[in-house]
Design a protein around this ligand. Sequence first.
Ligand code: HAM
Length: 427
Amino acid sequence: MTIQAPKGVPEYVPPQGDEFRYVRDQLATPAILAGYKYIELPYFEDVALYTKGIGESTDVVSKEMYTFTDRGDRQLALRPEGTAGVIRSVIENNLTQNGLPIKIWYAGAFFRAERPQKGRYRQLQQVGIEAIGAESPALDAEVIALGYEAFRRIGLTKFEIQLTSLGDTTTRPHYREVLTSFLSKLDLDSETQERVKLNPLRVLDDKRPEIQKQLVDAPLMINYLSDESKQYHESVKHYLLEAGIPFVDAPRLVRGLDYYTRTTFEFVHSGLGAQSGIGGGGRYDQLMGSLGGKDVSGIGFGLGVDRAYLACEAEGIDIRQALPKSMVLLSIGETHDLYAFKLAQELRANGFIVDYQAHAKNLKSGLKNADRLHAAIAILVGDDEVAANSVSIRMMDSGEQIMVLATNLILELSNRLTLGSNMWKEA
Ligand code: HAM
């Protein structure tokens, strides 16, 4: 039997690989433009980081974590998300010492042992940001805006921002009591009753219709906010309105992680069926303190790259067209390999993307090869070209072909680039 990739793990083979990479890069661009600094985090951490940081009542921790014991008997877990790791790193490396806030972004794979289906994977990719150590509605609005711009950048339009406030530490305990008392009167199975004890908010997230039916009149956090939290929330909304960023109030929004307080949001796409969350995030007032760091608040998001890519497909967005076009350099016959090889190096040194394919048997087989590689341009080096210190540029679409002096090749290609014929260079 041949070996296959593990269940629930997506792969993006060419040409999808470059499309996926493009989506990931575009999702990160707004954060980079806003001055967020990149952090490269470990792919596995101490299990305790997640049980403490994310919360034991969450599915992510209680059911979906890939945990293992290493040879030194340490309990480790593949990272299910990035926020806890960022905060751990900020504390451990004392990144707050030179002042606050600190703004960080990250990207990469995360691991959750979920039941796989389209858009729900066991290895998922996110682009995430965290802004730590400043409490201002402007920052909350900035974070939400950066997520919005990220999705807009890849052309998505059929998504909405769902926004709510989950309250602060002064009002949450009271709301928790009210909710627990409401839930205690319902007809719930024993597992759900256990959940009520661990974290009653979690029960609001139960998707089963028989539970949802009973939750219609459940008390909502948004109606129990302190004056301060309420004002803060109104102010965040005001910023978004002024910035022209559309959102909807989502008082029933519950996130899958326990650390959220106050501003909480999700990006929901209408074309993805059940896996509609293309991104989400919010503020966390206590996470840093609970992990042994300074008692400061942070806010961030995680954007799902896999789902954003699926959303592009659902909206019919042609990503291929946004990618830099490729160029193939062909030497026809063995004798011109060195000439062509040097030319390829020169082009690459000037930033052009060039695939050099050595000694085609003849022009026909060379062009067939260029077709196979979806090249937009073929640069041909054959007897005639070498004899005239030249090369031929062939537009693969139209078949139009011109011969230019080798010394003019870069200028010629650059002119075509500036004439708007498309990008030939890597972005
Ligand atoms: P999250 O909502 O668990 O938040 O994940 C963020 C995004 O990752 C989701 O909206 C979704 O697009 C994608 N995602 C999650 N699980 C899967 C999966 N199994 N398959 C495919 N995509 C998935 C967080 O992880 C928080 N750390 C975000 C955050 C940062 N909050 C504050 N700062």
